[in-house]
Design a protein around this ligand. Sequence first.
Ligand SMILES: [Zn+2]
Length: 90
Amino acid sequence: MVEIECLVCGRTIEIPQFIDTDNYDGQVACQECGSLLHVKLEGSKVRKYKIVEKKFRIPTADEMFQIHKEAERRLREEGYVVDKQEEGKD
Ligand SMILES: [Zn+2]
């Protein structure tokens, strides 16, 4: 069983069984982050591999907004954020 480490997320990628690890020169996808790597295998050894396409999942602007709103709401519920009401400090 040949395993390689994803160059993007660092997770171990298991080479699918349909790939002939004795002689393969092509792409594999990381099951974790979905990035595409180009690998060259010879005699069940990795000869070279490199990133073809990075797919680090980055939240979209909308998702970022939702995450922020959600975080703020939770903090509010827990009393960390109190609506500003200045209590006359010097
Ligand atoms: Zn990955």
